[in-house]
Design a protein around this ligand. Sequence first.
Ligand SMILES: [Zn+2]
Length: 244
Amino acid sequence: MSITPVFSFFILPGASGLLLFAAAFIFAMWAQMKVKSAYAKYSRVPSRGGITGYEAADAIMRKAGIRDVKIVRVPGQLTDHYDPIHKKLALSDHNYRSSSLAAVGVAAHEAGHAIQHKVGYVMMNIRQTMAPAVNVAARFLPFIMIGGFMIGRIVPSFYFPWTLAIDLGIIIYAMLTLFHLVTLPVEFDATRRAKRELEGLGIIAREEAAGVAATLNAAGWTYVAAFAGSLMNLVYLILLRGRN
Ligand SMILES: [Zn+2]
């Protein structure tokens, strides 16, 4: 589920910048709080079927005819993810061994990604293609931004690197924004598949679906927040460039 997407802010003085920053920051915090509280709540609600996260992911993948994906246990909380390169479905400790509504929900969501991979879900393919470039770009971003900011503020006569930093920032944030946008359908589709499979296989009862939905929908908001944060940085840089 990886609830910490590539996410960085470009802090600059100025009322519009501060306002954009505050709005994106509050939205991101709100989403993180929402997922944490939903997870805390539903990781304490056992599913009546008593099937663990591991068993749920295994059953869903088996039904989809997936036999070459290994389910592994990883430390941490909500560190769950599907790794399409190594064909690994990683479940965090609680979600691996527990049969809580949160555990089976998250495990089913990750199995949903494995199904997307198997059926060649186009948005996932686009996301996978973009991922390496986005990772490299995101790593350079702080240096470009802090470097550009320092040069622009401390040595204002040094005009060229400052505008260059803004241009590079715009390119990188455009990439990040597009990446976060493509991530949205991938995440929502995995959640949709999870809900359907959990009920279809009888892992959860109809009355339990609301708890699963609350957990997964809350996690979905963190991806919306990541997209909004990236978009606001992009808009701000474009405004800044226009002003210079
Ligand atoms: Zn996901």
